[in-house]
Design a protein. Structure first.
Length: 538
């Protein structure tokens, strides 16, 4: 027997409709890419996004078409999100930190028809558009009517485009329609696209609104530092309007001074960022004697949160740091470390070991641990296994790829190795995927190895991530030279130049006589990590 309730598709345009209707005057404040602080409201953002929808329709954008963005966290970026999603098109957030060749690959793979770009990224686009023949229009998301001088033919300006159109109406499609696309770096090969649906984003919004997860309220002032182009800013561009929270968008400036100023002048109560950004803020505050008078809670995730952040924000500023874990494929939230009833009663020092773990699941996510043979591993906080996930906002397949990514029971292998303790706290202990996370963004060790091993003097090359106080991890390149060869570190680094993104450049190159291989002939990364100080011996 079926229930007798109204059909009400869970499409994300309804989130902004709700914010417009019930929290219409709540502000969205942006540090604009040009510099000044600009203010709008959910009602105005809604109106402008609907005008932009009509501009897209005028260009022939249809349901399912991809609309790319190369943009910082700003109100305009949100307008493009809702403008494309509201008409059933797919908002494809491009990560500008990727190597231009990878970006071109992604734009072509997604077949983006239109790209909206902040002024910062116009030169980047200029350099790669010749390789992207399917892009029909590029829109500069600046203030005026005159786009910057550029080689991009027919570059449109955002504001005149909006001004020329009346608001479109939204919705009217199935909740399983694709809404967003975000590529994530793989261990090998090209990045893979995660294609969110309206339903998965809507459910993820409910999921994050649970009190122990992000739990925003209409009184909150939210500063999403996590970029909209990486894992959807942890859903904050959906959950803040859903709750009627004020939004403060940091634009292009993420340094400690800029973030501190925004927090204090706008009365920020909640923020979310990767550890590197919080390290910079903590250092800035300690160096300048700055205070945090409104901030109450921050979620730190994307990479392991170090103890000094949880302790430092608590002891100096009374701010609660909550550790979170997730991934692009999970929309992205998987766990958050809010205390259980028992833990909350303990003094801070006693809570700390639990708070350092990645946390507990919300309703809507399920996790389990399995060993190499796929057998369940005990949730005793000691035994570790492959961390598998499932849920309504977890990917079932990658965009335009045939490989199966779920096991027979529908579980997705996260590529993380973890423990889960008796209280349900998950802790990442290692990473099965051969990647390095630096400043919250991925570096593919294998890609650097493959290039370095192509150096005429190299016999073998290995790259491992070493802990770094600012970036979390930084790459170390180990090279085994061919018999009788001599080489310098500069020589190896020069060989990598222009072949990898600059920030991927290894911090150090070491020449070794022997790179250990495992039983299957693969480089034994575990042994290297222990030998070169990346992890403690087991
Ligand atoms: P991404 O899809 O780029 O967001 O990366 C997701 C991956 O980042 C996870 O599978 C983990 O390997 C890593 N990660 C995310 N959050 C954390 C965390 N709190 N601690 C350790 N690793 C994390």
């Amino acid at each position: 027997m079926q229930g007798l309730m109204q059909p009400w598709p869970l499409t994300v345009d309804r989130i902004l409709d709700h914010a417009c209707r019930w929290h219409g005057e709540r502000e969205i404040v942006t540090r604009s890419v040009a510099g000044p602080i600009v203010r709008t409201s959910y009602a105005r953002l809604h109106d402008r996004a609907q005008r932009l929808s009509n501009a897209l329709l005028g260009w022939g954008v249809q349901r399912g078409d991809r609309v790319g963005t190369l943009a910082w966290n700003t109100a305009r970026h949100m307008e493009v999100w809702y403008a494309s999603m509201g008409i059933g098109a797919v908002c494809h957030t491009l990560n500008p930190r990727l190597h231009p060749q990878q970006l071109a690959y992604i734009i072509n793979h997604a077949e983006d028809r239109i790209i909206f770009a902040d002024a910062t990224f116009v030169p980047l686009l200029e350099a790669l558009l010749a390789a992207c023949p399917k892009v029909e229009h590029v829109v500069w998301m600046g203030d005026g009517a005159e786009p910057p001088a550029t080689r991009i033919a027919g570059l449109s300006a955002y504001e005149p485009l909006l001004a020329a159109h009346a608001p479109a109406s939204w919705g009217g499609f199935d909740e399983n329609t694709a809404a967003g696309l975000c590529y994530t770096s793989g261990t090998t090969g090209e990045p893979k696209g995660v294609l969110y649906s309206h339903r998965s984003n809507f459910i993820h919004t409910f999921l994050t609104l649970q009190h122990d997860i992000i739990g925003l309220s209409a009184r909150d002032v939210v500063l999403p530092i996590v970029p909209m182009f990486h894992a959807n800013a942890w859903g904050l561009a959906f959950s803040a309007p859903a709750a009627g929270a004020k939004l403060v968008m940091p634009g292009a400036r993420m340094d400690g001074a800029a973030i501190h100023e925004l927090i204090e002048t706008e009365g920020v109560t909640f923020s979310a960022a990767v550890p590197t950004v919080w390290q910079m803020l903590l250092q800035h505050l300690l160096a300048t004697g700055g205070k945090l008078t409104t901030l109450k809670r921050v979620v730190i995730g994307g990479a392991a949160c170090p103890e000094n952040l949880i302790r430092g924000f608590h002891e100096h500023f009374g701010v609660e740091v909550v550790h979170g874990w997730g991934m692009t494929e999970m929309s992205p939230l998987g766990t958050v470390g809010a205390p259980t009833a028992e833990l909350a009663q303990l003094p801070f020092e006693a809570q700390l070991p639990q708070r350092l773990k990645q946390g507990r699941v919300p309703l809507g996510v399920d996790l389990k641990l399995v060993d190499d043979a796929g057998q369940p591993v005990a949730h005793d906080g000691a035994a570790y296994g492959h961390l598998l996930a499932r849920g309504a906002a977890v990917a079932a397949a990658y965009f335009r790829r045939d490989d199966a990514i779920l096991d027979a029971d529908g579980w997705f292998d996260t590529g993380d190795i973890a423990t889960i303790d008796a209280h349900g706290y998950m802790q990442i202990t290692d990473r099965a995927k051969d990647l390095i996370k630096s400043g919250g963004e991925w570096i593919s060790s294998i890609e650097i190895e493959n290039i370095a091993a192509g150096h005429p003097k190299a016999a073998l090359a290995a790259v491992i991530g070493r802990p770094d106080p600012k970036w979390g991890e930084r790459p170390l390149l180990l090279v085994q030279l061919k018999e009788g060869e001599m080489a310098t570190a500069d020589e190896m680094l020069a060989f990598l130049e222009n072949r990898i993104a600059k920030w991927w450049t290894p911090d150090e190159v070491l020449f070794v006589t022997h790179i250990p291989l495992g039983p299957t002939g693969k480089i034994d990364k575990k042994a290297l990590r222990v030998a070169y100080g990346a992890v403690a011996p087991a």
